[in-house]
Ligand binder design. Structure first.
Ligand SMILES: Cc1cc2nc3c(=O)[nH]c(=O)nc-3n(C[C@H](O)[C@H](O)[C@H](O)COP(=O)(O)OP(=O)(O)OC[C@H]3O[C@@H](n4cnc5c(N)ncnc54)[C@H](O)[C@@H]3O)c2cc1C
Ligand code: SF4
Length: 487
């Protein structure tokens, strides 16, 4: 243990965000890098307590006390080895994880928790900068696996299976791999070069990517022009196993009066096309917010990502509506440590502007000719005064960010795999679907969730597939028990 009392010497220091007026002029990441000395001090705040609740709270079982100690002692190379031992993509979780580990950090009982997520990111960035992220190859087994979907679950599963020696082909209907990492999450949270450099490692390890290839065709997400269609049954003929990592991409709709008006877009259609513009694959976004009065229906993280995108496109004004009442600013008594703190969070996008309104239910879209000009809202709580008098809010662009209802059915129907009552893919304790040789992981199984869960499930699924193909496995045992994965 390097410095067991570091927390007495140093308070928590969060990474600073670039000034609002500067960052709104570009799409680059909001947070600024930290110096090595700062990170050594921050990592040194870890108390190495007897029972590391942070480790248990992390779905990947990241070895937080171990790599914190190594960073505090300036041994970044060993920290890199311990970090990559449990996490294929710490540069994604280090940027984007809501960090349940920090909510469970023992220091958080009467002080500010360790900046675990940031320490993770700085180790990951150091790994790339030092050239420690190199291809890891294995003797080939002659077995082949098709992974459908290239989000964090599919990528983690593919990388682990390739490292077990199998020939892995990832089928992705989008123009490039990454799933929501590329076409959901905006560049100001995750620059796409960060995704690309990790994909380079997978490709060098022997993973084959077939992008622009849809396994069956779904009406829910418009396939890009020229997309090739592959039958799911053909995959079963050509590969020894198939892993479905297709995500939970069917958006929740708002089927109220006026829904058919022009100027109302699903969040993912808005974000996807904005990201395509950022990548230079599309010239003009079909739902451009420039100069418009924008309303985002949905106060969650997806809504916040739309908010930051709307700001950067130069909207005239933007309002974000949330149906729930505002959460408290600090932990309530019914939300004690080490549970995840349910508090009002101010993302970087909220800091950049816009109006947040809580406790409002949208009841009607108002249009002129065929175009939206506003919407009407009621207080969401029953019995509120004025419950019968809708209030009008002007809107020239409405973005629906109300979550997702489950995976798209086309490929599931084609393979005739059983669903859960929630419409997600039903799997057994070995990530096996009801169809022999077909496995599933990620949001397609859990419903819309988090990157850290997707990576954890992808790793866990790879263990199960390897065992099914070879009779045993030497892949590192996953820390995700099946029951926890579905909790
Ligand atoms: C806007 C947005 C922002 C988010 N921000 C965060 C965040 O900051 N932090 C966090 O932890 N989580 C975040 N999430 C959630 C996180 O992105 C997901 O939980 C995670 O990406 C799920 O990974 P996945 O691999 O299961 O699926 P996905 O990332 O959804 O990938 C599924 C892939 O499968 C492909 N696919 C689907 N069907 C087919 C088919 N038939 N043929 C070929 N390809 C197919 C899709 O095109 C897609 O690329 C966010 C989600 C959204 C929508
Ligand atoms: S992946 Fe998330 S929960 Fe796990 S250590 Fe990193 S920030 Fe914490």
């Amino acid at each position: 243990m390097g410095r067991p009392k570091g927390f007495l010497e140093h308070g928590r220091e969060d990474a600073s965000r670039r000034p609002v007026e500067v960052r709104l002029r570009d799409w680059r990441e909001v947070y600024e890098p930290r110096s090595d000395a700062t990170m050594r001090n921050q990592a040194g705040r870890c108390m190495d307590c007897g029972i590391p609740f942070c480790h248990d709270a992390c779905p990947l079982g990241n070895l937080v006390p171990e790599w914190s100690d190594l960073v505090s002692r300036d041994d970044w190379s060993a920290a890199d080895e311990r970090l990559h031992a449990t996490n294929n993509f710490p540069e994604f979780t280090g940027r984007l994880c809501p960090a349940p580990c920090e909510g469970a950090c023992v220091l958080g009982i009467d002080d500010e928790p360790v900046t675990i997520e940031r320490v993770e990111l700085e180790i990951a960035e150091r790994s790339f900068a030092e050239g420690w992220v190199v291809p890891i190859t294995a003797a080939r087994t002659g077995r082949s696996v098709a992974v459908v979907g290239s989000g964090p679950a599919g990528l983690a599963c593919a990388q682990q299976l390739s490292r077990a020696g199998h020939d892995v082909t990832v089928f992705e209907r989008a123009e490039a791999p990454g799933g929501l990492l590329r076409y959901g999450i905006p560049a100001f949270k995750l620059e796409k070069s960060v995704v690309d450099r990790r994909l380079d490692q997978l490709a060098a390890e022997g993973v084959t990517f077939r992008c622009g290839t849809s396994v069956e065709t779904s009406p829910h997400t418009a396939a890009p022009d020229g997309v090739e269609e592959v039958r799911a049954a053909a995959l079963l003929d050509q590969f020894d196993a198939v892993v479905l990592a297709t995500g939970s991409t069917v958006p929740r709709d708002l089927p109220i009066e006026g829904r058919g008006l022009r100027g109302i877009a699903f969040a993912m259609d808005y974000l996807r096309t904005s990201n395509l513009v950022g990548e230079g694959r599309l010239e003009v976004p079909p739902h451009d917010a420039a100069g418009k009065v924008v309303v985002i229906v949905g106060g969650g993280d997806t809504g916040a990502d739309c908010l930051g995108t709307v700001h950067r496109q130069g909207a005239r004004s933007v309002t974000q509506l949330e149906i729930l009442e505002s959460p408290p600013s600090s932990r309530g008594e019914d939300n004690p440590w080490p549970t995840w703190p349910v508090i009002l969070r101010t993302s970087s996008a909220h800091e950049e502007g816009g109006l947040r309104r809580f406790g409002l239910r949208t009841v009607r879209f108002v249009g002129e000719r065929d175009k939206v000009v506003g919407l009407e809202v009621l207080p969401a709580t029953e019995g509120s005064e004025a419950a019968t008098a809708p209030r009008a809010i002007a809107a020239e662009l409405v973005i629906l960010a109300m979550g997702f209802v489950g995976p798209e059915p086309a490929v599931l129907d084609a393979l005739d795999v059983e669903r859960t009552g929630r419409g997600t893919i039903a799997v057994d304790a070995a990530w096996s679907t009801s169809r022999p040789r077909v496995f599933a992981c990620g949001d397609a199984v859990r419903g819309q969730s988090l990157i850290v869960w997707a990576i954890a499930e992808g790793r866990s699924c790879a263990v199960a597939v390897d065992r099914a193909l070879m009779g045993s496995t030497e892949l590192p045992a996953s820390v995700v028990p099946y029951q926890a994965a579905l909790a």
